[in-house]
Design a protein around this ligand. Structure first.
Ligand code: NAD
Ligand code: ZN
Ligand code: ZN
Length: 363
């Protein structure tokens, strides 16, 4: 215990703080301490940058979530347990964990009904007013920290967050063995949806994007087919996708992981009669939606938001078993001090996933 205390004392709590749009700073923030016997104190090792982090950095808001006070960014993290509260039984100092970064109230109807991701009182990292994980030390309820198996690295651990997003989307889509799945958008979430759909037994997985290099990556990771979307009528794009992937009836499942209006419109024309459509991408709040196609085809249309019970466990299992190779997504790992430059690279679209080492991590 004494050793742990010494190590803990040496850990710095340097944090990457968004003050206002495009204005960030590095600050030594007060070290958090355990406040609840069920919590653990975790030293952050690696954090991935997500589109939402970049959006807050650029605009200071996403929808009705507005950054009013300086906020630490980041939510895709893995770390090492430094101290465990007295009531924690499954983790101890030294354990490597993937952090599920949203903490629900556990008491409302949605929490009690098993859909805690819908909790209205959710405290989610780097969603105002809550600080994020681009910091040295983090406290979390131990049951939202998932021990990484020996064969899974801390860098892979940071990728569990976007993979859990994809797991939730594919569960919402209820993908079955042998089905055909079209995934619109081949960013990190889209390619991970393609990989999870394959792991669920989909026999045809078509990745669609407007950037050729994204499609090259999707093909290397999981997609059986790719299609470069064009600025033509959604019905025409949809027909081209169906022809290209030999899906005369349309796809059993279509997932939007782009948020783009044209892609969403195309999706409703790609899905087959009686098929399923899941909205995972987040773009404009309101768009023109082909509701007649949805009605006439009796499409099952669903949303998907973050992740819920079992999603992190399955994501870790997919990595541990080698069925989803998240390592391939990591374009670069940079030291903490280069966090702002890393955000710029993500904004410019130069990388698939960039990881920022924790402030106490030696690269
Ligand atoms: N539902 C959730 O809980 C959840 C969680 C995380 C991210 N997201 C959202 O999921 C989406 C994907 O996340 P990401 O990190 O992969 O983002 P990303 O921006 O890296 O990927 C989006 C991809 O869509 C492509 N695209 C743009 N227009 C298109 C079009 N018309 N047709 C086909 N592809 C098109 C882009 O080229 C890009 O490759 C984003 O909208 C993000 O906000 C949702
Ligand atoms: Zn994210
Ligand atoms: Zn709740």
């Amino acid at each position: 215990m004494a050793v742990q205390t010494i190590i803990k004392d040496e850990i710095k709590n340097l944090s990457f703080v968004l003050n206002k749009p495009l204005d960030v700073s590095f600050e030594q923030r007060p070290k958090p301490t355990l406040q609840d016997p069920h919590d653990v104190l975790v030293a952050i090792n690696y954090t991935g940058i997500c589109g939402s982090d970049v959006h807050y950095w650029q605009h200071g808001a996403i929808g009705h979530f507005v950054v009013r006070e300086p906020m630490v960014l980041g939510h895709e993290s893995a770390g090492t347990v430094v101290e465990a509260g007295a009531a924690v039984t499954h983790l101890r100092p030294g354990d490597r964990v993937a952090l599920e970064p949203g903490y629900p109230c556990r008491r409302c109807a949605d929490c009690r009904g098993g859909r805690y991701n819908l909790c209205e009182a959710m405290a989610f990292a780097a969603t105002p007013p809550h600080h994020g994980t681009l910091t040295g030390l983090w406290t979390a309820p131990a049951d939202f920290c998932y021990k990484l198996p020996d064969g899974v690295s801390l860098q892979e651990g940071a990728l569990v967050e976007p993979l859990a997003v994809a797991v939730h989307i594919v569960k919402q889509a209820d993908v079955k063995p042998g089905q055909s799945v079209v995934v619109m958008g081949a960013g990190p979430v889209g390619v991970l949806c393609a990989a999870v759909a394959r792991a669920y037994g989909a026999s045809k997985v078509v990745s669609v994007d407007i950037v050729p290099s994204k499609l090259d990556f999707a093909r290397g990771l999981a997609a059986t087919h790719t299609y470069l979307s064009r600025r033509i009528a959604p019905e025409d794009n949809a027909k081209a996708i169906r022809d290209h992937a030999d899906l005369p009836r349309g796809a059993d499942v279509v997932i939007d992981a782009s948020g783009a209006e044209l892609s969403i419109q195309t999706s409703l024309h790609v899905v087959r009669m009686g098929g399923t459509y899941v909205q995972g991408g987040m773009g404009k709040s309101d768009i023109t939606f082909p509701i007649m196609a949805m009605c006439l085809k009796e499409v099952t249309a669903k949303g998907s938001f973050r992740y819920g019970p079992g999603d992190y466990d399955l994501a870790i299992e997919l990595v541990a078993s080698g069925r989803v190779d998240v390592k391939r997504l990591v374009s670069q790992v940079v030291p903490f001090e280069q966090a702002e430059a890393a955000f710029k690279k993500v904004k410019e679209g130069e990388v698939i996933k960039i990881l920022i080492a924790g402030p106490n991590e030696k690269l």
